[in-house]
Design a protein around this ligand. Structure first.
Ligand code: UDP
Length: 327
């Protein structure tokens, strides 16, 4: 039972992490500047408003709660925006993370769980990506996350900072109990945009590129249910608390689905038509990102039991119809 500082705890993945941390008996302390998060999503522990670039504020929060670990979710995460405004990503994601890591080590907090991404691998000709695959990010978002992985390894050598790095594939779905869910403004992700198109909140879903080198011409991604993803984080925290060595784990299922396959499943789950428009490729998109996730399964005992497209779309659709946050 421990205090855990959760940066980005007001966001999509961070809020689900707070829920499972609280269910496991821990106290999640959300640290969030609400630039993309929602105070309404902070339901499972205290909220501390603050920016990662504000070192005195970070120091004060570490002193107040003396957390045993940090779970670091807070980051900008739009691939397209990172291509047009890379400075924003380096300043916020890398500069902010460096501040946080320095504040943690100064406060004697030695356990760090980091939210990284498969975008650190880049476009690798369709191979299944394992943790040992060389990282060649093709956009500033992926490059910023890879840089933070390097910082963590440097601070392991210099300060003994113990860490688990999770490289996420495509996170989808929502809390099956409907308390929290995915709510981005602006929204850029495939499944929520498609649900908007299904229920008429948007005129249509634009399919970004139909000329990729894949069986149906659309990009392939590995989708993982947000509840499965955050449960891996609790296992990662326990791994560190039990003395496990610094480690990197992919979080995906090993199965890839094309944009067209996701659309077909959504049609089946909602029993409604999906209006689509075929558009141009989106800058920064890789053709295929599919995880080799054996390591998380064998070493952490992680089982992504909810990560079928049906379950993810069903839970996202339930939240989409009933849930939202207000500023
Ligand atoms: N996508 C799309 N239309 C949209 C949003 C996304 O065709 O309106 C595609 C996107 O090009 C990618 C896949 O859906 O191939 C997943 O995109 P998303 O933004 O959800 O996640 P990402 O893979 O960028 O992390």
């Amino acid at each position: 039972m421990a205090n855990v500082l959760v940066t980005g705890g007001a966001g999509y993945i961070g809020s689900h992490a707070c829920k499972v941390l609280a269910a496991a008996g821990h106290t999640p302390i959300t640290y969030d500047n609400l630039c993309t998060g929602w105070e309404d999503a902070v339901k499972f522990g205290p909220f501390e408003a603050g920016d990662l670039l504000d070192r005195p504020r970070l120091d004060a929060v570490f002193a107040q709660y003396n957390p045993v670990a940090v779970m670091h979710f807070a980051a900008l995460s739009q691939v397209g925006e990172s291509v047009t405004d890379p400075g924003l990503y380096w300043r916020n994601n890398v500069g902010g993370s460096l501040n946080l890591i320095e504040a943690a080590t100064a406060a004697g907090c030695e356990n760090f769980v980091f939210s990284s991404t498969c975008a650190t691998y880049g476009d690798q000709d369709g191979v299944t990506l394992t943790e040992d695959t060389a990282q060649h990010p093709i956009n500033a978002y992926g490059a910023s996350k890879r840089a933070v992985e390097d910082i963590l390894r440097n601070f392991e050598h210099s300060h003994g900072l113990r860490h688990v790095i999770f490289r996420y594939f495509n996170v989808a779905g929502a809390d099956p109990a409907g308390e929290i869910g995915e709510f981005h403004q602006p929204e850029t992700h495939l499944i929520p945009l498609m649900l908007d198109a299904i229920d008429g909140k948007r005129p249509a879903l634009t399919v970004f590129g139909t000329d990729y080198d894949t069986p149906d011409g659309t990009c392939i991604r590995d989708y993982v249910h947000v509840m499965d993803l955050v449960e891996a984080h609790v296992k990662g925290l326990e791994w560190l608390i039990d003395g496990g060595a610094p480690a990197v784990f992919n979080l995906g299922t090993g199965s890839g689905f094309s944009v067209r396959e996701v659309i077909d499943h959504s049609r089946a789950v909602t029993n409604k038509s999906v209006p689509i428009v075929e558009g141009a490729r989106r800058a920064g998109d890789c053709t295929k990102l599919v995880s080799g996730s054996d390591r998380a399964m064998s070493e952490l005992g992680w089982t992504p039991s909810r990560s079928t497209l049906e379950a993810m779309i069903t839970d996202a659709w339930r939240w989409h119809q009933n849930g939202h946050y207000d500023k």
